[in-house]
Structures are given as structure tokens and as C-alpha cells.
Design a protein around this ligand. Structure first.
Ligand SMILES: NC(=O)c1ccc[n+]([C@@H]2O[C@H](COP(=O)([O-])OP(=O)(O)OC[C@H]3O[C@@H](n4cnc5c(N)ncnc54)[C@H](O)[C@@H]3O)[C@@H](O)[C@H]2O)c1
Length: 260
């Protein structure tokens, strides 16, 4: 029995995490390792991947690093073949790789728009399809897509981010209703502001002020990557067995607050 409650059922399962080399993806890898899962981490950054796998192995879990960009459907197909060769199955996909896109819309270039769509939406689709093929054939599986609170509420200067993350919410619902009869669940996580490199980088580039974000958040703090990882474990595992097509918002109350 897990010390914090009922079994998640993740022991021995193969969990694939995209963007697993740092931030929320790495925190997820550590959380699933603690549940006894076998990990495959997919990322573009090989050095960070190797370091992440070393961290995960120190927790006693098996970890396969796979270098690939989620924007390249062929590379994604090869990555899943490598995971098949290593583990023979895919039980859980955490579709986490994503980038911020934060700029006044009138200044956004076609390349910047395409990059956000490519990574945040196309990449999520390619990986969900690759995992879904295996899960539908096996008659079981669980996919967790990383959306954002900006997939459910809008903010200025984030048209590409809001559009792609909103797309992830609807992609989640579409896949859930299509693959539900095959016992494949698809849910989404919509975090608010989480203290990661992504956020620190935006502050360093003058795109946001963390102090102002904290002051506007009802819980008066940023979230942590470990808190998001705990919800990913919940959505991936047996504790949410009757949930599919759901977007779980965890934002310290941000999106519920009609700010004056
Ligand atoms: N940090 C936040 O406040 C926050 C809030 C809501 C949602 N999210 C979402 O959570 C996810 C993770 O965010 P994070 O803060 O951990 O980001 P991060 O920048 O800390 O880490 C992202 C990881 O994805 C990898 N990556 C980037 N492009 C890739 C590609 N094309 N193919 C494979 N890997 C790629 C990076 O190398 C990196 O390891 C993203 O989808 C993000 O939009 C983050």
C-alpha cells in the first residue's frame, strides 16, 4: 500500500515523458520513479536528458533517454520504436514538452507562431498518436497532456500560447471520446504559474514579474513542479480510473479570480 493512500497501480508500468529532461517533466519522472514505474524520457537536450536519467536511476528506477524533437513525426516514430525495443509496451504518456510564447500579437512573426503550434500542439498530437497506436492495440493506457490555465482562460500577449494550449484541451477531449471504448484514458493538466526554468527565463527577459504574479494569485505563491507531478501521477494512475476527457486546473485559484 502506498503510504499516502490507495495504490496508483503504476508499479512496473512503462511511462514515457516528453520534455522530461527538466522542469515539470523531470519532476514527473521522479514522481513516477517513486511509484515504481519504468521511465523513458524524450527530449531535444541530450546533456540534460543524461543528467535527468541519472537522477531517476538514483531513485532505483530504470530510465531510457531518447533524444528527439516532438515536432518531427518521423523522429517521434523512431523514439517509440526504441521504447518498444527496450520495454515492449507503453502504459502511460505524459505529453509535457512545450514552450512559452509571450509577445504582443502585432509583433509575432509567422516563424514564432509556427514554432508554438509545432511544439505545443503538433508535438502533442504526434506523441499521443504514437502512444495511442500501442495503447489501443493493447486495450489499455493513460495519456496526460500538459495544457495550461491559459488553455482555459485568456490573457493579453499570449495568443499563440492560449490557442495552442486551448487546442490541447480539445484534442484531449476528442481523443478521450474516440479511445475510451479501447480503455485508453486521455486527460489534461492545466497548471498556473509554476516555478521552473521556463518562468525564470521569462522574468530574465523582462516578459513578466514573479512578484506581481504571486500578488495576483489567491494562494499567494507560485506552484511547484512537484505539485504538478503529483497530479500527473493521479491522472495517469488507478486513482482516477473513471476520469477521461477531463482538464484538471491547478493554478492557486488564478483562473477563478475575477481580478479588480
Ligand atoms: N512553468 C509553468 O509555469 C507552466 C505553467 C503551465 C503549463 N506549463 C506547461 O508545462 C510543460 C513543461 O513546462 P516547464 O515549465 O517544465 O518547461 P521547461 O522549459 O522547464 O522544460 C521543457 C522541456 O521540454 C523540452 N523541449 C522543448 N522543446 C522540445 C521539443 N521540440 N521536443 C522535445 N522536447 C522539447 C526542453 O528541452 C525542456 O527539457 C509545458 O508544456 C508548459 O507549457 C508550464
Amino acid at each position: 500500500m502506498h503510504p499516502s493512500g490507495p495504490e496508483t497501480g503504476l508499479r512496473g508500468q512503462t511511462v514515457v515523458i516528453t520534455g522530461g529532461a527538466r522542469g515539470i517533466g523531470l519532476a514527473c519522472a521522479q514522481a513516477f520513479a517513486r511509484e515504481g514505474a519504468r521511465l523513458a524520457l524524450l527530449d531535444i537536450d541530450l546533456d540534460a536528458l543524461d543528467a535527468a536519467c541519472a537522477t531517476v536511476r538514483a531513485l532505483g528506477a530504470t530510465c531510457l533517454p531518447v533524444q528527439a524533437s516532438v515536432t518531427d513525426a518521423t523522429a517521434v516514430a523512431h523514439a517509440f520504436s526504441a521504447i518498444d525495443a527496450a520495454y515492449g509496451r507503453v502504459d502511460v504518456l505524459i505529453n509535457n514538452a512545450g514552450v512559452s510564447a509571450n509577445k504582443p500579437t502585432l509583433d509575432v512573426t509567422p516563424d514564432e507562431w509556427r514554432r508554438a503550434v509545432d511544439i505545443n500542439l503538433n508535438g502533442v498530437f504526434y506523441c499521443a498518436q504514437a502512444a495511442g497506436r500501442r495503447m489501443v492495440a493493447a486495450g489499455a493506457g493513460s495519456i496526460v497532456n500538459l495544457s495550461s490555465m491559459y488553455g482555459v482562460v485568456a490573457a493579453p500577449d499570449r495568443a499563440a500560447y492560449c490557442a495552442t494550449k486551448g487546442g490541447v484541451v480539445m484534442l484531449t477531449e476528442s481523443l478521450a471520446v474516440e479511445w475510451g471504448p479501447h480503455n485508453v484514458r486521455v486527460n489534461a493538466l492545466a497548471p498556473g504559474y509554476i516555478d521552473t526554468d521556463l518562468l525564470r527565463d521569462l522574468q530574465a527577459r523582462g516578459r513578466l514579474s514573479i512578484d506581481r504574479l504571486v500578488a495576483r494569485t489567491p494562494l499567494r505563491r507560485l506552484g511547484t513542479a512537484d505539485e504538478v507531478a503529483a497530479m500527473a501521477v493521479f491522472l495517469a494512475g488507478a486513482q482516477s480510473a473513471f476520469m477521461t476527457g477531463h482538464t484538471l486546473v491547478a493554478d492557486g485559484g488564478w483562473s477563478r479570480y475575477a481580478y479588480l
